[in-house]
Design a protein around this ligand. Structure first.
Ligand code: DC
Length: 674
């Protein structure tokens, strides 16, 4: 949803609730490849739906695998080790978990069955090393052309049918740059192990060992039991064949869990945060992050498939930790360090430099913007919390983990930031790599002080276009939207349905106080029923205008409207948003289109819906409603003294939106000077 240039987060103060994690990226892409190579149909449940899995799926489809989706289940009809397609140009985005294993698998398949395959990605992918894997594959007899910089994608993998691989000698692969090279070989070489065992030897100290454990566990699920000597030597037994386990469940992503474990440790102040999808039964190494978080002070209860987190020690405790085994989740520790007493030193993270971005440099630069003191080197980062927090615009480097980690800096009030500061996350949509709904999920769990949540009020008379303007503003900012007219309309509708007389103010106020109203995107639900269309009817509007004139009704609806002021912000439209409901709003807009122009617009709108209408009647109706809204004693329609007037008679919606956004920029501390 947050396909915005940036998302501003106000200071946040607490978090609680329940989160269901998206599927693990590492497991999803491994399972997809294994299912694609196996014979028969594999049913995959809870597969991650993200950029990285989408490129893998597209690649498998291009290679001839059958893919069929039925709700949360994906059925993959595998190739059974036989290539029906001999040529393909595959775009793999920035997914290392697709690029490395597909390189190994297609190099082996092309070398034995013939074919030509090109593997490429986004520019950053072409800066991520793959030379160690190429060096491991070439001695087998695989033909690999490096189409750009030697040692980096794009690659072309070629071969003739009937080719044989040289498997007598062990295959040697370096393990100290990325464990994905070893994983790629382990996943692909069962293709060549029908007649001979295949031995892989790791040179140098293997990093990120837990990821190799995931690979071995999933190979076992597909019928391949790799024999091993620690992490130094692996043997794929002769006669190995991928056998589909029929059904595979993908567990929740343990790296994604780290943001919520951290969230709980920092902000689950009065109620716990429950994370569903990973727990003590997980095969993902990043689950070890939980121990690191505990060492910093988190209180975590681990169940087989869930984690329950509360704040324990506060402030958190700085730690010094070798993070070689949890490189991805370790980024989250760097941000937890903002809330710790002392300096947190994370070492063993040289691999950060060859990930989606140079994560050591990126993390150092962005944490420093917040005021933290950061020291870093080839394979470590040390973070001391800010003495004074700064409102900051935080770059995310097209790196999902940077965006997710940095969002946690919004809890600065809990670290005593004075004043509490908002933060800006640039390009929030980059989380789509592994967690497309991350920000929606986060925002549903958090609490801000209402006064610190920005509000833009848009008031004005009937048919002035406030609703359209306000909804567009909310979309552009990624904020919530309150259509307060709909609240009055819903009250009128609920009263009619309950048979309450419009003269009975006390009874109407009771209806208003008990209103079961939910805004769900474009839909408005009254007691669970979608009443959006009924609310928009002219007769409902006329009733609403009468109901809205009653002080007891307005009073009863006050709290409901205030409760919608939630992070990251609210755009509220109505008659009294700036005067009565949000008198402290930092930006108030009052629309002043003429009655004639408004009648013309309403006419056009009705005609376009196929409803007959007459301009003169509409004008009379609008003028009557204006008079009633302006003259009533309770919250009459008027501009707040500090409201900015916008006459949109001659303006299109886009122009009005741009005007208001410009006004907002002049008031937003994150835009100062722009
Ligand atoms: O904006 P609208 O047409 O949906 O509003 C319906 C009625 O509700 C309108 O006649 C005035 C009333 N109203 C109000 O009194 N205060 C608000 N904040 C919003 C609407």
């Amino acid at each position: 949803m947050f396909a915005l240039p940036h998302l501003d987060l106000p200071p946040l103060r607490a978090a609680a609730g329940r989160v269901r994690l998206p599927g693990s990226k590492s497991i999803s892409n491994r399972v997809l490849l294994l299912a694609g190579l196996a014979e028969g149909v594999t049913e995959i449940r809870d597969l991650l739906d993200s950029d990285d899995t989408r490129v893998m799926l597209a690649a498998l489809r291009a290679l001839g695998c059958g893919l069929e989706r039925a709700g949360p289940v994906l059925r993959v009809k595998g190739l059974g080790g036989r290539l029906p397609v001999r040529e393909a140009d595959l775009f793999l985005g920035n997914a290392g978990t697709a690029m490395r294993p597909l390189t190994a698998a297609l190099a082996v398949l092309a070398a034995t069955q013939g074919g030509a395959f090109t593997l490429r990605g986004v520019p950053r992918m072409h800066e991520r090393p793959i030379g160690d894997l190429v060096d491991a594959l070439r001695p087998l007899g695989c033909t690999i052309d490096e189409l750009g910089t030697p040692g980096y994608p794009p690659l072309r993998l070629r071969g003739q049918a009937g080719g044989r691989l040289a498997l007598a000698a062990p295959i040697r692969v370096r393990g100290d740059v990325s464990s994905q090279f070893l994983t790629a070989l382990l996943l692909a070489l069962p293709l060549a192990a029908l007649d001979t065992p295949v031995v892989i030897e790791v040179q140098g100290e293997l990093i990120s060992k837990p990821y190799v454990e995931i690979t071995l566990a999933l190979l076992a699920r597909f019928g391949i039991t790799v024999q091993r000597e620690g992490f130094a030597r692996f043997t794929i037994p002769q006669g190995s064949r991928y056998r589909t386990p029929d059904i595979v469940h993908v567990e929740g992503d343990a790296s994604s869990a780290s943001y919520f474990v951290a969230l709980g440790a920092i902000a689950a102040v009065d109620a716990p945060l429950v994370i569903e999808g990973v727990g003590s039964d997980s095969i993902q190494g990043d689950i070890a992050f939980v121990d690191a978080a505990r060492a910093m002070g988190a209180q975590v209860q681990a169940r087989p498939n869930a984690l329950e987190v509360r704040r324990g020690r506060w402030p958190l405790q700085a730690i010094a930790l070798d993070c070689n085994a949890i490189p991805d989740a370790a980024m989250t520790l760097a941000v937890m360090a903002l809330y710790a007493q002392g300096t947190t030193r994370l070492s063993g993270i040289a691999s950060w430099r060859v990930k989606e971005t140079d994560r050591i440099a990126a993390m150092a630069a962005e944490l420093a913007k917040l005021g933290a003191q950061v020291d870093s080197g080839a394979d470590f980062i040390a973070v001391t919390p800010p003495a004074r927090w700064h409102a900051a615009t935080l770059g995310t480097y097209d790196d999902h983990r940077m965006a997710m980690c940095l969002s946690l800096a919004a809890f600065n009030p809990l670290a005593g930031a004075l004043p509490p500061v908002p933060i800006r996350i640039e390009d929030p949509a980059c989380v789509a790599k592994t967690f497309p709904d991350y920000f929606e999920t986060l925002l549903a769990l958090v609490r801000a002080a209402p006064a610190e949540v920005p509000v833009i009020t848009v008031d004005g008379p009937s048919a002035s276009g406030k609703g359209t303007l306000a909804a567009a503003l909310a979309r552009r900012l990624g904020w919530h939207f309150l259509d307060s007219g709909a609240v009055y309309r819903a009250t009128a509708l609920a009263a009619v349905r309950a048979g309450v007389a419009l003269a009975d103010e006390a009874a109407l106020a009771r209806v208003a106080a008990g209103l079961d109203l939910h805004f769900d995107g474009d839909r408005i639900l009254l007691a669970g029923e979608d009443v959006s269309d009924e609310l928009r009817r002219e007769d409902t509007g006329a009733l609403a205008s009468r109901v809205a004139a009653l002080p007891a009704v307005r009073q009863a609806l006050h709290a409901l409207q205030l409760s919608l002021r939630r992070a990251p912000g609210l755009v509220a439209d109505g008659r009294d948003m700036g005067t009565a409901i949000f008198p402290q709003a930092p930006l108030k807009v009052f629309l002043t289109a003429s009655a004639a122009e408004r009648a013309r617009r309403r006419h056009k709108q009705l005609i376009s819906k196929g409803i007959e209408a007459n301009i003169a009647d509409l004008l009379a109706d609008i003028e009557a409603r204006d008079a009633r809204d302006r003259s009533r004693s309770a919250s009459p329609l008027r501009a707040a003294e500090d409201a900015l007037q916008l006459d949109n008679s001659q303006q299109g919606v886009d122009e009005s939106v741009d005007t208001v956004l410009q006004w907002w920029r002049q008031r937003n501390p994150l835009d100062e000077g722009r």
